[in-house]
Design a protein around this ligand. Structure first.
Ligand code: SDX
Length: 422
C-alpha cells in the first residue's frame, strides 16, 4: 500500500504500513530526505512514535487489551503479578514461572538501609510523588547496570522495591516508623501492610480490600504511548538506565492532565460536595472556557466513546462500597456529573467521557488511601507497563535516539549589539 504526496512539482510515494489490528500509518521515515519537509503535530495526536506489540487500544470501540487479552478478562481473573509478567515477558506465566517470579519479587522487596535514611531529609509535607520520583532515580546509584543480566535483575528489583518506596513515602508523611515487607504476603497484602500497620497494632488483611487493590493495579498497568510511557521511551532511547527512565515517567505522570487527575477528581468532588452538591454549577463552569475549570476525570485523547477502565471502576466502586457498608457522597456526585455530562451537547460533541481517573479515587478512598497518594497508586500500577515499553524500545534492533524536529519561528539572523549601543 502507498500514499501519494503531491508537493510543489513533486509527487512522492509514501509507504503505508498496517498493524495486526488493521490500524494503518503513513511511514514518513524518508520524508525529510526526499522532500526537505517535516510534519508538524503538536501533542502528537496524529503521530505514531513506534510499533509496539504490548497494548492495543481502540478508542472508538472502547477496547483495551494487554498482549491480546481483553482488560475485562484480566480484571476478572488475573493476579497483578500475572499481568506484570504478561506485559514484561509477553505471555501469561505457567505455575512454575509465576512461582519463581513471585519469589524473586518477594526477596527483593527491601531497600538498602542507606536509602532508608534519605527519607529523613524530606520535609514532613513532601508530596509522595516527588519522593517516589527521586527515590526511584536514587536506585540507579545502588544498582548500576552495565550488562543485560544487570538489566534483567534491575527489572525485578524495581517491581519489588517500588511498593516499599511508596509505602515508606506515606509513612514519612504520617511521622510513623516504616513497616518492612513480609515475605509471606502477596503483593497487595504487603503494600497495604506496609502502609497501614503500626508497631503497636498489626494490619488486618481484608480480602475484599486486597482484591479491590488488585483490580486497580491491573487496570492501570499499561496504556500504549500515553504521556508518561512516551517519556520513559524518550529517556530510554538515549540508553539511560532503567531506574532513571522510570523516574522520568513518574515525573510525567504527576501532571494534573495525566495521572495527577485522580487526585484532582476527588478534590473537585469534595469541593462540589462542600458547595451543597451543586454539580450543575460546575458543569456550567466546565463549559465556560473563561472559567479555566475542567471536569477532571473527563475526556481522553484516545477514547472517544468510553474508557473501558472507567466502566469497570464505576461498577466496582458500587460493589465495594456496598460490601464495606460504606456510603460516599462523592460517588453520588460523580454519578450525577456523569449523567448530566453525557446528555449535554458540550461534552457529547467533544466526545468527553469519564476516564480511568474519574472513579478510581472513590475506590482508593474506600481503601483508606489518602488523596495525595492516589497518583503514587497509579504509578504502582503503571510500573510493569513502563518497564515493558522500555524493554521493547531497548531490544529494538538498531534502536535510535528519539529526537523530534521543529519549525523555527524566531528571529532571522542579526548582528550582536554591544551593550553600550542597546
Ligand atoms: C490519563 O493518554 C492516556 O492514555 C492517559 C491515561 C493512561 O492510562 O495513561 O488514560 C491516563 O491521563 C487520563 C486523563 C486524565 N486527565 C484528566 O482527566 C484531565 C481532564 N481532561 C483533559 O485535560 C483532557 O481531556 C485530556 C488531557 C485528557 C485530553 O486532552 P486532549 O486530547 O488534548 O483534548 P483537548 O484538551 O484538546 O480537548 C478537546 C476539547 C477542548 O475544547 P475545544 O477547544 O474543542 O472547545 O474538549 C475540551 C477542551 O477544552 N475538554 C474539556 C475537558 N477535556 C477536554 N472541557 C472540560 N472538561 C474537560 N475535562
Amino acid at each position: 500500500m502507498a500514499a501519494k504526496l503531491i508537493l510543489d512539482d513533486q509527487s512522492i510515494d509514501l509507504n503505508v504500513i498496517e498493524g495486526s489490528e488493521q490500524e494503518r500509518a503513513i511511514d514518513i521515515t524518508a520524508l525529510r530526505n526526499t522532500t526537505k519537509h517535516i510534519t508538524l503535530d503538536p501533542g502528537y495526536g496524529n503521530t505514531g512514535s513506534c510499533k509496539s506489540s504490548i497494548t492495543f487500544i481502540d478508542g472508538e470501540k472502547g477496547i483495551l487489551r494487554y498482549r491480546g487479552y481483553p482488560i475485562e478478562e484480566l480484571a476478572d481473573n488475573a493476579t497483578f503479578p500475572e499481568v506484570m509478567y504478561l506485559l514484561i515477558y509477553g505471555k501469561l506465566p505457567n505455575k512454575e514461572e509465576l512461582g519463581n517470579f513471585n519469589h524473586d519479587m518477594t526477596y527483593h522487596s527491601m531497600i538498602h538501609e542507606d536509602m532508608k535514611r534519605f527519607f529523613d531529609g524530606y520535609p514532613r509535607d513532601a508530596h509522595p510523588m516527588g519522593v517516589l520520583a527521586s527515590m526511584v532515580a536514587a536506585l540507579s546509584t545502588f544498582y548500576p547496570e552495565n550488562t543485560p543480566e544487570d538489566v534483567d535483575k534491575n527489572v525485578i528489583r524495581l517491581l519489588a522495591k517500588m511498593k516499599t518506596l511508596a509505602a515508606f513515602a506515606y509513612k514519612k508523611t504520617m511521622g510513623q516508623p516504616v513497616i518492612y515487607p513480609q515475605n509471606h504476603m502477596t503483593f497487595e497484602e504487603n503494600f497495604l501492610n506496609m502502609m497501614f500497620a503500626v508497631p503497636c497494632e498489626p494490619y488486618v488483611i481484608d480480602p475484599v480490600i486486597t482484591d479491590a487493590l488488585r483490580l486497580l493495579l491491573i487496570l492501570h498497568a499499561d496504556h500504549e504511548q500515553n504521556c508518561s510511557t512516551s517519556t520513559v521511551r524518550m529517556v530510554g532511547s538515549s540508553q539511560a538506565n532503567l531506574f532513571i527512565s522510570i523516574s522520568a515517567g513518574i515525573a510525567a505522570l504527576w501532571g494534573p492532565l495525566h495521572g495527577g487527575a485522580n487526585q484532582r477528581v476527588i478534590e473537585m468532588l469534595t469541593k462540589i460536595d462542600a458547595d451543597g452538591g451543586n454539580f450543575k454549577k460546575y458543569v456550567a463552569m466546565a463549559k465556560d472556557k473563561s472559567s479555566g475549570f475542567k471536569l477532571m476525570g473527563f475526556g481522553h485523547r484516545v477514547y472517544k466513546n468510553f474508557d473501558p477502565r472507567a466502566k469497570i471502576l464505576k461498577a466496582a466502586s458500587d460493589k465495594l462500597l456496598n460490601k464495606l457498608g460504606v456510603s460516599d457522597p462523592l460517588l453520588q456526585i460523580a454519578k450525577e456529573l456523569e449523567d448530566i455530562a453525557l446528555k449535554d451537547s458540550f461534552f457529547v460533541d467533544r466526545k468527553l467521557y469519564p476516564n480511568v481517573d474519574f472513579y478510581s479515587g472513590i475506590i482508593y478512598r474506600a481503601l483508606n488511601i489518602p488523596t495525595r497518594m492516589f497518583t503514587v497508586m497509579f504509578a504502582l500500577g503503571r510500573l510493569p507497563g513502563w518497564i515493558a515499553q522500555w524493554m521493547e524500545l531497548r531490544n529494538e534492533p538498531g534502536g535510535r535516539i528519539s529526537r523530534p524536529r521543529q519549525v523555527y519561528t524566531g528571529e532571522n539572523v542579526r548582528k550582536f549589539v554591544p551593550i553600550a549601543e542597546r
